[in-house]
Design a protein around this ligand. Structure first.
Ligand code: WTA
Length: 656
């Protein structure tokens, strides 16, 4: 990146002038005030020790941070605790057993159930006893492949209770993906269900487990929850019904305190190579990070808040912000099984109204798809209970942020744009809702106790107004400890780039604006180089989405003989904008030119009906790049909807 080109680009990005101050009443009562930044900066380890005290330990730690063998850091060494005890028993012991832990909402409309903390504890104890009877011991790995039903969370907590690290595999993944994860972490038990509900119809899960078992012979037992009642193949040697062994087990189970560094779970995430990376999280530091950030970033008031995170437990967001953080904090949550628009478009908003949800945490991709439909549907529900909105997973375009705040939050609610990763375990960069004047599109700055920076390729901090690589400059409690079974890849992927400085390389590009606030631009591999100028795909996407006719946009850099790379945009128009045509293409090219500058003008704008997304909602730019470079489209197996690429290719060949 040459300085002149980057500052030119960044100057164009700094045109966002809107600021949203925290509401005065929220600020006055906020859990965390501006002092927290100073307190943490004065003595970071004392700050984290104070946060670890939020948890119940069976034995106090000797050392807050053991950094004697970097980058293999250890936190709260000598301490012992049980994660499941912290998430359930202690709330029951404190007299809050009757409090609802989950308002569970099934996809079939009348299918719902409230589960109190006391009921959750009994169920977790039963499942822990049943797993022990099936031969699972501390240290054994258990794979969980389930829909969003309460038993999925019970299963995770039961594993944690007996010290058996779980690996949750997203229910939308294939038998192959499941088998490779089982193999990689050598899971001996799989917990699954016959199926789940998806857009009104039962869809099967157990057959994928059966198929996975033909690819790996490590699985000794498969524990099956009956959810849909559909027929399943049954292997008497291996398969066990949940209701046979869990429902009949004792509710008495004494939780053992495990070492703070005892493995809690492995979560697989895709890397730049084919083999997924098994991110390992351990117990004490992870739970400290999840619990503190949930308290601080969402200003959680466990007595009065009703919290809803729409993530699936198959992703890290579900682990940290449905299971471990919120339950450690003892809040009441909504847990929803289905898709946002089934059986009708307003389902999410109806649930918010019905349960009086106060804190809502979702992803920009969902927000943009609602934006596409307009405000009429959400306007039908009374969402005045909401007081804080959160966003995670990708940069949120300023227009989507403002729409979210306005239409869903009634212009009252702060929006916390939270940057973090599977690897970081917990939120790292985010506004604090009672402290920060939010800027649409910026994750703002590292939360108290976290040291993050934007640096150049030598690791030097870039000045305000410039861009570079996002790094974490000091270890933090909820950091990944290694990649399961692959210490070398752990060191190479995250610590080699800034080896001498000991910085964690996040793989994201970011810029600091004139105030030093951080704008995450996306993965560094999504940054284009056009005539020697660095351009962020996200930045151009934001410009496109700010056009009133655009619902969604994805931008890739395609090889170009003249400029190295050229900007290619794939755009979904809003319903009211019609089919497109040449006029709109020129209009959008001009719009980007105006918003960012001539250098960013797309060579091509393609109007498409859909964008290719993974099941977790990330746009697969690799496939779009194939289209833009007129290549055969590559592997589409991780697409949520494999037919999308056909639609896009057809649309292009017909000249649209
Ligand atoms: C991206 C999800 C911008 C980023 C918790 C990161 C974001 C990757 C944000 C991690 C955000 C996540 N703003 N980008 N608020 N949150 N990302 O592991 O590129 O599924 O590296 O964790 O998502 O994705 P992961």
């Amino acid at each position: 990146m040459t300085d002149s080109s980057s500052s030119e680009t960044l100057a164009n990005l700094s045109t966002e002038e809107r600021r949203f101050e925290p509401p005065a009443d929220l600020a006055a009562e906020a859990n965390v005030t501006a002092d927290a930044y100073d307190d943490a900066a004065k003595d970071r380890l004392a700050f984290w020790a104070e946060q670890a005290d939020r948890l119940s330990w069976t034995q106090k730690w000797d050392t807050v941070l053991d950094d004697s063998n970097p980058p293999f850091f250890k936190w709260f060494t000598g301490g012992r605790l049980n994660a499941s005890y912290n998430c359930v028993d202690r709330h029951v012991e404190a007299g809050r057993g009757d409090k609802v832990a989950f308002h569970w909402v099934g996809e079939p409309v009348e299918d719902k159930r409230d589960i109190t903390y006391a009921e959750l504890k009994d169920e977790v104890c039963r499942a822990a006893n049943a797993l022990t009877d099936l031969g699972v011991q501390a240290g054994d790995r258990v794979a969980i492949y389930m829909p969003m039903i309460p038993e999925a969370i019970v299963a995770m907590l039961a594993c944690a209770r007996i010290g058996a690290p779980h690996t949750v595999v997203f229910g939308g993944f294939s038998a192959d993906a499941l088998a490779s994860r089982i193999d990689d972490c050598q899971a001996k038990v799989v917990i699954t269900s016959d199926g789940g509900y998806r857009r009104g119809a039962p869809s099967a899960l157990k057959p994928a487990v059966d198929e996975a078992r033909t690819k790996t012979d490590l699985v000794e037992k498969v524990l099956v929850v009956r959810r849909t009642g559909q027929d399943v193949e049954w292997d008497d040697d291996t398969d066990v019904w949940w209701h046979d062994v869990v429902d009949t087990a004792s509710t008495e189970h004494t939780p053992e305190g495990f070492d703070a560094e005892h493995p809690l779970y492995v979560m697989y995430t895709s890397g730049s190579t084919g083999k997924p990376k098994g991110i390992l999280h351990t117990t004490g530091g992870y739970l400290t990070g999840a619990s503190y950030t949930h308290h601080a970033v969402f200003d959680l008031k466990p007595e009065t808040d009703v919290y809803w995170c729409t993530a699936d437990i198959g992703w890290v967001t579900g682990h940290s912000y449905i299971v471990y953080g919120p339950l450690a904090n003892g809040v009441t949550q909504v847990l929803y099984e289905g898709t946002p628009d089934s059986p009708e478009r307003g389902r999410w908003w109806q649930i918010i109204e019905q349960y009086g949800v106060t804190i809502f945490y979702t992803a920009p991709t969902a927000i943009r798809s609602f934006m596409k439909q307009g405000s009429e549907v959400p306007d039908r529900s009374d969402m005045s209970s909401l007081r804080i909105l959160g966003s995670v997973g990708e940069p949120i375009n300023p227009e989507a942020y403002v729409w979210y705040r306005h239409v869903i939050g009634g212009d009252r609610t702060p929006v916390v744009d939270t940057w973090w990763q599977t690897e970081t375990g917990a939120i790292m960069i985010s506004p604090l809702p009672g402290v920060t004047a939010g800027k649409p599109g910026s994750a703002m700055k590292a939360i108290p106790g976290i040291d993050a920076d934007v640096v150049d390729d030598k690791g030097a901090s870039v000045p305000n107004g410039s861009g570079g690589y996002l790094v974490v400059t000091s270890p933090w409690p909820s950091m990944l400890r290694t990649l399961w079974g692959d210490d070398d890849r752990y060191v190479d992927t995250y610590w080699k780039m800034f080896k001498d400085l000991g910085y964690y390389f996040a793989g994201d590009g970011a810029k600091k604006d004139a105030d030093g606030d951080i704008w995450v631009l996306g993965r560094v591999d999504d940054v284009m180089n056009v005539s020697g100028h660095r351009l962020s795909t996200t930045e151009i996407e934001s410009a496109l989405v700010s056009h009133p006719k655009v619902a969604e946009a994805a931008v890739v850099g395609a090889k170009d003989e003249d400029t190295g790379q050229a900007v290619c945009a794939f755009v979904i128009l809003r319903e009211e904008a019609g089919d497109g045509g040449e006029d709109i293409v020129q209009e959008l090219r001009q719009h980007v030119r105006k918003e960012i500058g001539p250098i960013a003008t797309p060579r091509q704008v393609m109007i498409v009906p859909e964008l290719p997304k993974t099941r977790s909602g990330k746009i697969m730019r690799r496939l779009l790049r194939d289209v833009a470079e007129h290549r055969e489209v590559g592997d589409v197996t991780t697409l949520a909807d494999g037919s999308v690429m056909d639609l896009i290719s057809k649309g292009m060949s017909s000249g649209k």
